[in-house]
Ligand binder design. Sequence first.
Ligand SMILES: NC(=O)c1ccc[n+]([C@@H]2O[C@H](COP(=O)([O-])OP(=O)(O)OC[C@H]3O[C@@H](n4cnc5c(N)ncnc54)[C@H](O)[C@@H]3O)[C@@H](O)[C@H]2O)c1
Length: 363
Amino acid sequence: MKILNTVLVGLGRIGWKYHLPEILKHKGFKLSSIVEPLKERRDEAFKLYGVKCFKDCVSLFSSGERPDLMVIASPTPFHMRQSLEAFKNGCDVFCDKPMALSYAEAAKIFQGMKKYKKKFMLYQPHRGTEEFLSLKHVLSLDLIGQIYMIKRISSGYNIRNDWQSLKKYGGGMLNNYGAHYMDQLLRLRPSNVTKVFCILRNVISAGDAEDLVKVLMETEEGLMLELEVNMASAHIMPPWQINGEYGSIILDREKKSWHVRYANKKDLCGIKLQKGVAALNREYSNGKDIKWNEKEFEISGFDKIDFYSKVYEHFALNMKPFVPIEETMELMRVFDLCRKSASKGKCISHVEIIKKTTQGVSK
Ligand SMILES: NC(=O)c1ccc[n+]([C@@H]2O[C@H](COP(=O)([O-])OP(=O)(O)OC[C@H]3O[C@@H](n4cnc5c(N)ncnc54)[C@H](O)[C@@H]3O)[C@@H](O)[C@H]2O)c1
């Protein structure tokens, strides 16, 4: 079995509590070193795991260490520089979300990856949850007809006061939870996002970054996508709503199931448009009693994806990435459009942006 010598960068919440145990658990990985600026965290890791610890990536590589894989779990402002350092030193990168602070930074990572012929994959755990996998299954049954709108809400009440509440560190809920849920929205019915309207607001956070994100988008195929990340909501709002021409789907959080209500297309046919300006029989209804079908689909039964198996398959066995970098670049592009829309206070049409760019190029 090929063993991937792995350096873990950042021993914080996600580094210490998720990546470290996963690396130790999987047989295909050997934790060869750690990078962490805080001495007490390096000492703790050394004491527990006897692993070589470095205060930064420069000291790691100048010591002669050449790991196969760098797992980046440092704060977001360091992702680009550390990825590029890894590529230059012959190392692939598995990076926690978000990829970087901006599309421009993400593009540098993409170019570096190509230049040094290395691999990069992002950790997007919400692609592999039971909830998301079961939703994809329900959608594949095609019960509600053409889908015209998908809403995703992540809500709760949390007065953030860590670095993720500060703009200067790339904080804010767009980069934070938005990186998970925007990715889900973009993956359900992949189609180019052409219009974006976004509001970013700081409601209760201790820092200056947004804790309320509202995004409304339209894709090339006319699908409306709506994202809300709201950290100032005392109630947990319904997390999913999917509307199709003949029905809708919601997540029943209590029952842990998807509730689908849909009509049979043939039952909806035959409704004739009235020509006059006096509604027939003074009726509001079109005279059709809709017979709704109701179905429940449990979330359980869909095994959560073991992400580190996917990491191993891609980095050690050269299998296709579970999260292709092109999809991550698309997410970063949409994030840039969101920020642009929020700062200008208007809808941004990507079609206009493309036109302007091409005009600029042809001049
Ligand atoms: N995928 C997920 O579900 C998930 C969850 C939490 C965090 N994250 C992401 O992981 C990253 C880290 O977040 P966190 O919540 O663990 O942060 P954290 O504040 O808990 O930990 C950050 C750690 O990185 C260390 N650090 C600081 N500067 C560093 C540097 N230059 N090089 C190496 N290490 C450095 C800190 O000392 C600390 O130990 C962020 O990009 C965040 O968005 C992802």
